[in-house]
Write a protein that binds this ligand. Structure first.
Ligand code: GH3
Ligand code: MG
Ligand code: MG
Length: 212
């Protein structure tokens, strides 16, 4: 074989080996993206989890402060869910939680972030929405859930209606996510105290007690 032919063969082999490595890298990159997605997704509801929420909030917070855009947050808690679980079992409760997640996902826009905040608490962060807009979204979510007819999958038996209470607050420049959620939580508490199946906005709260 001439030197030239040998060199050509070597080049072909090198190219093949390069292609193979590059395919391997693609596979590794894909599985990395997948595991990052999994790490940010709640397994029960398929909603973004708290980690995803924190990431989204810090990006949104920056944009809001730079552009002076309003951002609001809704904290949603199922009413008397413990009683529901006790009566129908945790598995049926989990189905209900999935249904709530579905309603939430369908009721917010592409730019919003619906997430599972804790056990039976869901949250949504709405960039571009002030307190009034956030409250209107919360009210639509509350009503949609209250109007759901829930049936037990295994038997088709009708289950009692589920309601949620929602606390709404608007981001104030410079505050942390914890501060914002704390006001949502206080509004939520007021919604529970004043009868449940209600939306309460932070404008209905007493001014916060100054610490110190
Ligand atoms: P309230 O109207 O005051 O919110 O009453 P509640 O019974 O819903 O009280 P709370 O919010 O404190 O109760 C949380 C209950 O939610 C406890 C637990 O039974 C239920 N829960 C929390 N996480 C899950 C979950 O992942 N699956 C199911 N099925 N139930 C859950
Ligand atoms: Mg709760
Ligand atoms: Mg509850």
């Amino acid at each position: 074989m001439s030197e030239l032919a040998k060199a050509a063969t070597r080049a072909t082999r090198l190219e093949a080996s390069f292609m193979e490595k590059s395919r391997e890298l693609d596979t590794i990159r894909d599985s990395l993206i997948q595991s990052e997605e999994r790490a940010k997704t709640d397994t029960l509801t398929g909603l973004p989890n708290r980690r995803a929420l924190e990431e989204f909030f810090s990006q949104t917070q920056l944009a809001a402060m730079e552009q002076g855009e309003a951002v609001s947050a809704l904290l949603i808690d199922i009413d008397h869910f413990k009683r529901f679980n006790d009566e129908f079992g945790h598995g049926v409760g989990d189905q209900v939680l999935r249904l709530m997640a579905k309603v939430l996902r369908e009721r917010v826009r592409e730019v919003d972030l619906p997430a599972r905040y804790g056990g039976e608490e869901l949250i949504a962060v709405l960039p571009g929405a002030d307190l009034a807009a956030g409250t209107a979204v919360a009210e639509r979510i509350r009503r949609t859930i209250a109007e759901c007819h829930i049936t037990r999958r295994s038997t088709g038996e009708a289950l009692p209606g589920i309601t949620v209470s929602i606390g709404v607050a608007q981001f104030q420049g410079g505050e942390s996510m914890a501060d914002l959620i704390d006001r949502c939580d206080r509004a939520l508490y007021l919604a529970k105290k004043t009868g449940r199946n209600r939306v309460v906005s932070e404008s209905e709260l007493e001014p916060a007690q100054e610490a110190g």
